[in-house]
Every structure is written in C-alpha cells, then in structure tokens.
Design a protein around this ligand. Structure first.
Ligand code: AMP
Length: 392
C-alpha cells in the first residue's frame, strides 16, 4: 500500500493535526495530583513534533488517555502530558480545555506553537467514529498526520473518520518506522526468517500463527501456548496452562505447518507458581507439575535457529518471566536475537521488558510501540488507521 509521509507534506505556515499516542500511565502523587509514571510514549512522538515545528507548522496534538467512557474526567486529563512535553521540547505547550468547540478555536497555534487538545475520549463520539465529530476535528487543521501506531487498529474519529474531511493525510515518522519494519518482516523478509511466539494463550495468537506460518521459514513456540500444542501431539502437560478448546485447532496448525513449527523439547516445571519456587528440568511434564519456562535444550535449539536467521519477528515471552528464575528462557532468547545480527522486529510489552532485562535494547532493529496494533499487523489484518492513510 502507498501512503504519504509527513516528509512529503508542505508544512510551512500550515496547521498540522498530529494524532499522537499520549496514553501514558498516570498515578496520584502525595498532593493528590496526577503524575506521569512513564513518558516513553511522549518521547516516541518527539521527532515528528520537532519535524513539524522545524518545517514551519503550527502543531495541534491529539490523543486519548485511559477509558473515560465518553465523559470528562479530571483524572484522565492530558494536562500532565502537556507539562512533560513542554519540558522535553523546551518550549511552551498550550493545553486546550476540550478537543473541539469555540474554546479550542481561539487557541489554535500559529507557526512554531504547540497546542495539546484535551482527551479525545471525553467525547463518546470519538470511539463511535461519529462523522460530525470527525468533521469538527478536521476543521481545526490544514493537514493531518497520524503518528499513533498503537491506536491504528481502532477505527475511531481521530484515527480514521476525520481523514475523509482533511485535504491531506500522512504518516508521522514513528508510524512510518512501524510500517516499514512490520511491513518488511511480514511481506518481504530477508531469509531465513524466523518468528518466535510465546505468551499465555494460543487463542490470542491464532491469526498471527496462521499468517506468519505463510511467511516465515521457522516458527518457534514457547510460553504457555506451547502446552496446548504438546497436548495436541498427545504429550503429557501436567497442570500446565492448556486451552482445552483449542487442542483441535493446534492439531490443525501442526498438520499445516509441519517441520516449520518447533516446540520445546524440555521444560522448567514447578509444583506451585511463585518467584524462586523449587523447580525441575524435564523432557516430559510429570503429572501434577506446571510448565513455567522452556528448558536449556530448547534454549540451545532455538538459539541456534535464531543465530542463522536474517530476519526475526518476536512476540510474547517464553515463560512466566515476571517471576525469576522463570525468565531465563525469555532472556536467553533476547540475547540470541541481539547477537544474531538479523533484522529484528519485536512486538508486545512483555517482549520489550525481556529485551530490557537482557540489556540488549539497542541491538534490536525495531521495538513496536503498539501491542494490539502490532499483533493485528502480524496477523495480516489491515489496520483501519493505516488503510485510511492510503492515497486514493
Ligand atoms: P501474552 O500477553 O499473550 O504475550 O502473554 C504474556 C503472559 O504469558 C505473561 O504474563 C507470562 O507470564 C505468561 N506466560 C508465559 N509462559 C507461561 C506459562 N508457562 N504458564 C503461564 N503463563 C505463562
């Protein structure tokens, strides 16, 4: 598909509406004020905002925050994000009291100025993708830029609806980066291409397995998801997490994917799930035991496959990595991916945490900022927010 980039737009003297993802985690401080506990998402949008300012635009920023259910809620105001953004940009950021209406219109930014609109989801019309609301948002600007990849799987007014009412729409720099890496990995990867899929449930990732199964050369399965496949092979799974209603589907996938799909050959098992719990390493899961991580032989086998890869796609941990030492498999694979020298595309918050824990963040080509959106992308589903950018 083809879409414009912010770099293709003439921004000089224009008012640009940038849909950003400022859905930041907030917590109340001792004074009872809301404070941002991670500004990662704000930092991720800085290059696009700076690009627009440097090219002579007045910048209107818009985002959702939390789930205010269509009503104003001071605890979900974007005000703390405006303050943090001002610090990061080193210039003032005006905070609008709403996202549409006369109070916003009087604040519209001149070139070089930044205005952050209040939480889009204070209006129920945002999630309903209401055309009249979308039209009002569009009326605020000359050009539209979507940099909120994490919201691109939702057809909301600010991510999809308003694009029909703006003269020009383009992808921001972050969105472009996401589409470039995820697109390359899923359509024309350098081979061999290896996908690593883990996490809790097969059911969450069926479409991803089916879609990546068509593209990749090898699919390495870990996490609890593996036990549903082992059960489908008639192997014992003890008290491990198994989705009984997905065993038949796992059988079908095993038959379709054949030797492409690799399953763990050994496991770390415990009697009770707890950090630091006594564990054993087994090749067959004994009755009453719970699988919590891939074992050392599996690590070695998977690491070897990864070492030979030119492209790696990774989503989901190999075990209950939140509870050490059951993070060993996930951390070991993070290191293997980093050392492989392959183009590596990682999605999902858990895999990102594992990469941090392994200390290899800088060695990963692309860590996706969108959990749900990157999973849908990997599943081959067209994201409404991306489809809307397509040049007609
Ligand atoms: P997901 O969101 O589907 O990527 O799943 C991530 C979750 O899967 C993490 O919270 C892990 O603790 C969990 N998980 C991974 N392996 C296992 C396992 N063997 N048993 C139970 N949960 C697991």
């Amino acid at each position: 598909m083809s879409y414009l980039s912010i770099r293709d737009l003439d921004l000089n003297g224009k008012r640009v509406f940038i849909r950003v993802d400022f859905n930041v985690p907030l917590q109340k401080n001792d004074r009872g004020d809301m404070e941002i506990s991670s500004d990662k998402r704000i930092k991720a949008s800085l290059s696009t905002i700076r690009y627009a300012l440097d090219h002579g635009a007045g910048v209107i920023l818009a985002s959702h925050l939390g789930r205010p259910k269509g009503k104003p809620n001071p605890e979900m105001s974007l005000k703390p994000a405006a303050n943090r953004l001002a610090e990061l940009l080193g210039r003032p950021v005006k905070m609008a009291p709403d996202c549409i209406g006369p109070e916003v219109e009087v604040l519209l930014p001149a070139p070089g100025e930044v205005l952050l609109l209040e939480n889009l989801r204070f209006h129920a019309e945002e999630e309903k993708n209401d055309p009249e609301f979308a039209r009002k948002l569009a009326a605020l600007c000359d050009v539209y830029v979507n940099d909120a990849f994490g919201s691109a799987h939702r057809a909301h007014a600010s991510t999809e609806g308003m694009i029909r009412f703006v003269p020009k729409a383009a992808a921001g720099l972050l969105m472009e980066q996401e589409l470039k890496y995820l697109g390359m990995a899923t359509t024309h990867p350098e081979r061999p291409c290896v996908a690593i899929l883990g996490g809790a449930k097969v059911s969450d990732k069926i479409e991803v397995i089916e879609n990546l199964g068509k593209v990749v050369d090898r699919l390495l399965i870990g996490g609890a998801m593996a036990y549903t496949f082992l059960k489908a092979q008639g192997l014992p799974t003890g008290r491990s997490l198994v989705e009984e209603d997905k065993v038949d589907l796992a059988k079908k996938l095993l038959a379709e994917l054949g030797a492409k799909l690799l399953l763990p050959v050994d496991h770390v098992v415990v009697s009770e799930i707890a950090a630091g719990a006594a564990y054993e390493i087994v090749e067959q899961i004994p009755e009453g035991k719970i699988g919590v991580d891939i074992g050392p032989k599996t690590i070695e086998q998977y690491a070897q496959v990864i070492a030979g890869a030119k492209t790696v796609i990774w989503n989901g941990p190999m075990g209950i990595f939140e509870k050490p030492p059951f993070d060993k498999g996930t951390v070991a694979l993070a290191k293997a991916v980093a050392e492989s020298g392959a183009v590596s595309v990682v999605g999902g918050g858990d895999s990102e945490k594992a990469i941090k824990a392994a200390g290899v963040t800088g060695k990963i080509s692309h860590v996706s900022t969108g959990g749900g959106a990157s999973l849908e992308f990997l599943a081959g589903i067209q994201l409404p927010g991306v489809a809307a950018l397509e040049i007609h």
